[in-house]
Design a protein around this ligand. Structure first.
Ligand code: NAG
Ligand code: NAG
Ligand code: NAG
Ligand code: NAG
Ligand code: NAG
Ligand code: NAG
Ligand code: NAG
Ligand code: NAG
Ligand code: NAG
Length: 741
């Protein structure tokens, strides 16, 4: 069998394990409007795009949903080219036969963007197109203060005009410069159609996509051009991530964010002004802006091999081979007769074949060796290799710390700096660069399995970016026990809030409810993060941290594993915490997303009852909070278990709703429990019950003002800058600060 190599082999390592549909930032987000795909970083609605400037409005017009960017209808968005095709408005300048004056038609105001906007008018694909026989139009930048192009079209009469020709006679096309983010159109009064109106009453001008234009002589008389095109024609906008000037800066800037989250993605400098776009590497296809967006292309599906050849898909490429007894000659697999060819030709052929065979054989041997070595390393170092790969791609706002730095940060892991201790390691408080507070987790590394976990935790956490999940900032590899560095979350845990000394006295029930809701959102995000859900595995109140605004941040993925796919992984040691453990897990030893839901149900109980999940004193049946609660529910005696100060304050409807939700979460059978997403939605609904009417009003007004931020009146479109408008340098963070809270 002969084979020849068609494309470079990608890194075969590990790609399959983490492959997913890549439905990350908001899998609940609408990704289509009418017939138009709206891929991330674009999005419809508040939480679905990379930044507000990437929002697309989906509006119903004439009974059909249509996407809009300001006043421009969007026809298509291309991730691979960084372009958005929109419909631009034709403007006209016409002689009025009854009044004898020239009148303007169409929407004149032009297009107003901003330097911080992702969009630029494409200089490569657009032409400023002017149609008429006595027409002089100008295209301007900067509010009309500077003219960037001039279009002149003339003709003596209709016989001068030629279909398909646009070079000055009846039609002209001019290029525009790069870096234009706004423009307006003006017709010159010096040139008018008052004398030639009988065959050319109107002149037209528009910036439009050149490829979609073909001049027709019928455009000259009546309102031909406008009528033929419904007053609008395609125009191309170049978009890019513009908060960093170039790929070089974006990949090196540790304080900024980098949008190319997918492995197997590459960064491409913007062709129009500062900025960059992301693209999948060769041999991959998908959305490079999502953590696992770029997927291997199955080249074999369109069989690229010569006829009779057999195609083998590889990660990042493919191989062609011929069946035994045949060899690849030119573009066909021929029977291997090997004699017929002339002597010189034959010798040459044999040499080539020999070289190919030797080369291929070596490739195979090398590949096998390479793979074996890598597997060994991977087994030993728990994915350090993989981590190396991530590091080399510079795709993540992720720092590799030296041991010395961390020793300095934590005063040599001083006992006074200990924030907490757990089965998976000890967490210290640290200060990096004498200013930034961080939490440093020193893993208690005991067995091979945990070594593996380290790599996994690294991979998972470094890619996850959600406001309700503790962010991993970096790690240290120099040491035998891995050390992870997390953002420092300073206001303690939900556990302390509920069971601490001052308890719920200061903290209102609605705050607890909000925290629970946020934690549920965080967990729901994890569960929907990849096609195989990421299971937390140790959901409990002490793993829900609180930041300065008492916003919940789910922490500690020590126990988290991707849902196991092989039998070996089922036989893991029991993880989780007593009192929170899914009873079904005890029987099946299989951790599922519903195990997290069960544990979350226990958290709801703690909020409702103010009790610990497990009491060591008391009779056997009184020990477990969930059994106490469930039997109270059965006897319809909810009042008996509720924490006293809540009873008077909150509506019974809310408390009952919460109790029902908790009960559903605690169902013995995992399948009957709601999903984390459903839990989050229900909590969201219940929270509204808890808010007083005037408070609720405020919240809605806030949300509205955020939502309506980008549509200003009239035609002038504010192609808004990065979030929160004026600050152009603000890092754009997927799903961060634009929530109405
Ligand atoms: C955005 O997310 C917040 C918090 O998860 C939620 O309350 C809000 O409804 C979301 N907004 C939209 C438009 O989806
Ligand atoms: C992105 O990759 C695709 C396919 O590999 C290629 O056709 C396209 O030109 C690339 N885009 C840019 C902007 O380089
Ligand atoms: C083009 O037609 C549209 C409606 O079909 C009209 O609103 C607009 O004023 C016209 N524009 C010109 C330049 O004639
Ligand atoms: C010409 O002007 C008159 C008066 O303003 C207006 O009623 C009429 O519609 C105009 N004609 C055209 C063809 O625009
Ligand atoms: C058209 O231009 C001529 C000069 O070229 C001028 O005399 C005439 O008044 C203009 N007509 C209109 C309607 O502007
Ligand atoms: C455009 O005009 C507006 C209002 O007249 C002004 O505030 C703004 O600075 C102008 N922009 C430029 C680039 O000249
Ligand atoms: C433009 O239209 C003419 C006929 O109107 C046709 O012959 C020609 O092929 C067209 N050109 C393009 C590029 O479509
Ligand atoms: C428009 O052009 C067509 C052919 O070029 C001609 O037959 C027709 O009379 C013209 N109409 C006007 C109003 O000039
Ligand atoms: C790095 O990113 C931050 C935040 O986006 C920005 O303020 C800063 O100017 C960037 N640094 C460089 C060198 O571009």
């Amino acid at each position: 069998m002969q084979v020849f190599l068609q494309l470079g082999l990608g890194l075969v390592l590990l790609a399959a394990q983490y492959a997913s549909d890549g439905a990350v930032p908001g899998s609940q987000c609408q990704r289509q409007c009418g017939k138009v795909d709206i891929p991330y970083p674009f999005g419809i609605g508040l939480n679905c795009s990379l930044a507000r400037a990437f929002n697309i409005n989906c509006e119903v017009q004439d009974g059909f949903p249509k996407p809009f960017l300001g006043d421009f209808e969007v026809l298509s968005i291309s991730l691979t080219h960084g372009t958005t095709q929109v419909l631009n408005y034709i403007v006209g300048f016409c002689y009025n036969t009854s009044t004898g004056i020239m009148e303007s038609f169409g929407r004149y105001t032009g297009y107003a963007g901003r330097p911080s906007s992702p969009y630029r008018l494409s200089d490569l694909q657009n032409r400023f197109t002017v149609i008429g026989c006595n027409a002089l139009a100008l295209i301007s930048d900067n509010n009309g203060s500077g003219y960037q192009g001039l279009g002149v079209a003339t003709c003596r009469d209709q016989s001068d005009l030629v279909d398909g020709s646009c070079s000055g006679i009846g039609c002209s096309q001019t290029m525009i410069p790069k870096r234009m983010y706004n423009y307006g159109t003006t017709f010159s009064n010096l040139v008018n159609t008052s004398e030639i109106w009988e065959f050319n009453r109107c002149s037209y001008a528009v910036l439009m996509e050149a490829a979609t234009f073909n001049f027709s002589t019928t455009y000259i008389n009546t309102t031909g051009f406008n009528d033929t095109n419904d007053g609008r024609v395609p125009m191309v906008l170049d978009w890019a991530i513009r908060d960093q000037k170039s790929c070089n800066i974006a990949t090196q800037n540790k304080t900024g964010t980098y949008a190319c989250l997918s492995s197997n993605s590459v960064c491409v400098d913007s062709v129009n002004d500062d900025g960059y776009i992301c693209n999948c590497s060769e041999g991959y296809r998908g959305n490079p802006y999502l953590p696992v967006g770029c997927q291997d292309v199955d080249e074999c599906s369109r069989n690229p091999c010569p006829s009779g050849g057999v195609c083998h898909n590889t990660v990042g490429g493919y191989l062609c081979s011929c069946r035994a007894g045949r060899k690849l000659e030119g573009n066909t697999c021929n029977p291997d007769t090997g004699l017929i060819i002339g002597v010189t030709m034959g010798l040459f052929g044999v040499m080539v074949v020999a070289v190919i065979i030797v080369f291929w054989g070596q490739m195979i041997i090398q590949k096998k060796k390479f793979k074996k070595v890598k597997q060994e390393y991977f087994r030993q170092h728990g994915g350090l290799l993989l981590f190396d790969r991530m590091k080399s791609e510079k795709g993540l706002a992720f720092t590799v710390f030296s041991e010395a730095e961390l020793i300095h940060a934590t005063s040599n892991f001083d006992n006074s700096k200990i924030l907490g201790k757990g089965g998976h390691g000890t967490v210290y408080k640290g200060v990096i660069n004498n200013k930034k507070q961080v939490a440093v987790k020193r893993c208690a590394l005991v067995d091979e399995r945990q070594k593996k976990e380290f790599g996994q935790e690294m991979l998972i956490l470094s890619q996850i970016n959600h406001k309700n999940i503790v962010k991993l900032l970096g790690c240290c590899l120099e040491v035998e026990v891995p050390i992870l560095v997390y953002e420092f979350v300073l206001n303690g845990t939900l556990f302390e809030l509920i069971h601490g000394k001052n308890q719920a006295l200061q903290i209102s029930f609605s705050t607890l409810l909000r925290i629970a809701h946020e934690a549920a959102e965080g967990l729901s995000f994890l569960h929907s993060y990849a096609s195989t859900p990421i299971i937390h595995g140790d959901v409990k109140t002490s793993n829900i941290l609180l930041d300065e605004n008492y916003m919940a941040k789910v922490s500690d993925f020590g126990a988290s594993i991707l849902a196991p796919t092989d039998k070996e992984q089922f036989v893991t040691m029991v993880q989780g915490t007593c009192g929170y453990l899914d009873p079904e897990y005890m029987q099946t030893c299989q951790l599922t997303d519903k195990s997290d839901v069960y544990s979350f149900g226990v958290i709801l109980l703690e909020i409702l009852t103010g009790q610990l999940p497990l009491k060591l004193e008391g009779s056997e049946t009184q020990r477990s909070l969930s059994s106490v609660f469930l039997s109270a529910m059965k006897e319809n005696n909810l009042d008996a278990v509720l924490v006293s100060h809540v009873k008077g304050q909150e509506s019974m409807e809310l408390l009952r709703g919460l109790a029902d939700l908790a009960k559903n979460c605690l169902d013995m059978c995992g399948d009957n429990r709601p999903s984390m997403k459903e839990v989050a939605d229900e909590l969201n609904r219940l929270r509204k019950l808890s808010l007083h009417p005037w408070v609720r009003l405020n919240v809605e007004t806030d949300a509205e003002s955020l939502l309506s931020g980008e549509s200003t009146g009239g035609y002038e479109i504010e192609l808004s800058g990065y979030p929160m408008g004026e600050s152009e340098n603000q890092p754009i963070n997927p799903r961060s600060s634009y929530y109405a809270r």
